[in-house]
Design a protein around this ligand. Structure first.
Ligand SMILES: Cc1cc2nc3c(=O)[nH]c(=O)nc-3n(C[C@H](O)[C@H](O)[C@H](O)COP(=O)(O)OP(=O)(O)OC[C@H]3O[C@@H](n4cnc5c(N)ncnc54)[C@H](O)[C@@H]3O)c2cc1C
Length: 326
């Protein structure tokens, strides 16, 4: 809980972390249990807002209604709450409504590409009984969903959809090329254990080299970094800060990122096994009743999505995979 002063010229405080919509007398009883707030006076009671929403299972990942072609839906009417949640859906629904009018394929971001992908997939797949809030912990691939790489992840998609100018797109391509070139240089520049290098290692409390080691391997040592290595890296080009940042992240965390990329490959394999929106799951022998009901209600777009429906077990997915093969 935080007690935050509302301003310099007021004695009002905001009580953060103790939200409530209970009746006033209950709020008094509750807040006065907090040590230091025994005599608290409430200037404005805590309150909640109630609003209606649709069942988001009626939507495709494009945010178009499954049953109403050409109608797209975004924002808290879909069961979310929040500014970013509304804006994130708004850009997808707006983009896809425009693409629909142009007779083009919709843009769908998956869970490994963007938080928007996680948000929409959760809304259209899971049973959300409370207003949905986007939290980093909901994203299983959050190591790659970073704000520092948003342009590298998403700009090509925006460009394909006609939302990003050629100029901005080309800027991203040039940036990517510079990053790749520098990462490659660091991986292929091998240092031997000569006197200068060993003295450098000693100075920074790092183990001396026994054999040829690449600059990128050295960067991964906790006591060394890109800045420090400049001393023994005379070939280093002058690079803008945003490129250096990406180079450092990509090399320092390479092991973890590669691991996550493998998980993403597995995820994509299941996402690419498409399911028909018209399929009747009661025709599959061996599926449990609950799974049949859930699958028929949600009509998942892929095996991957089917596996994320609560009430559909890994055993049901195995049955589904066999049926799909047949
Ligand atoms: C008091 C309060 C504080 C909040 N604080 C925060 C916060 O700090 N951070 C945060 O992230 N979120 C906050 N939220 C939640 C956030 O504001 C909403 O979830 C978000 O704005 C929803 O955006 P939206 O575009 O989906 O809906 P809305 O912003 O409600 O937009 C819907 C629009 O549709 C219009 N409309 C309705 N019916 C019709 C009709 N028949 N024809 C034409 N137009 C119609 C409405 O007038 C409205 O302009 C707060 C909400 C409230 C009420």
């Amino acid at each position: 809980m935080f007690i935050e002063p509302e301003g310099l010229y007021t004695t009002e405080m905001y009580l953060g972390g103790m939200s409530s919509s209970l009746p006033e007398d209950v709020q008094y009883a509750m807040y006065r249990t907090v040590p230091g707030l025994e005599n608290v006076k409430i200037v404005r009671n805590a309150y909640a807002i109630e609003y209606d929403c649709i069942d988001p299972h009626q939507l495709k990942h494009s945010l178009e209604f499954k049953e109403i072609s050409g109608l797209f839906s975004a924002g808290q009417i879909n069961g979310s709450s929040g500014y970013e949640e509304a804006a994130g859906q708004g850009i997808i629904a707006g983009m896809n409504a425009a693409l629909f009018c142009l007779g083009k394929e919709p843009v769908i971001l998956d869970r490994s590409q963007a938080y928007i992908g996680v948000l929409i997939d959760d809304l259209v797949t899971k049973e959300t009984t409370e207003p949905y809030r986007m939290m980093t912990s909901r994203a299983e691939y959050r190591l790659v969903l970073r704000q520092d790489n948003a342009d590298l992840r998403l700009r090509a998609i925006g460009h394909d959809a006609g939302l990003v100018s050629d100029e901005d797109y080309n800027k991203m391509l040039a940036k990517k090329e510079s990053i790749d070139r520098e990462v490659n240089r660091l991986k292929t520049t091998i240092l031997g254990g000569n006197e200068t290098v060993q003295a450098f290692m000693l100075k920074h409390g790092s183990t001396p080299l026994n054999n040829g080691t690449s600059l990128s391997e050295l960067m991964k040592r906790p006591e060394l970094d890109y800045e420090k290595l400049a001393e023994i890296d005379p070939e280093r080009p002058e690079l803008p800060a945003d490129i250096v940042e990406q180079v450092c992240i990509q090399i320092k965390y390479e092991g973890y990122i590669t691991k996550q990329e493998k998980q993403i490959e597995n995820f994509k394999r299941l996402e690419n096994k498409k399911l028909s929106p018209n399929f009747d799951y009661s025709t599959i022998k061996g599926l449990r009743k609950e799974a049949i009901q859930k699958l028929n209600k949600i009509k998942p777009a892929s095996i991957g999505q089917a596996g994320r429906i609560s009430g559909v077990s890994p055993a049901d997915i195995a049955v589904l995979l066999v049926a799909l093969k047949a």
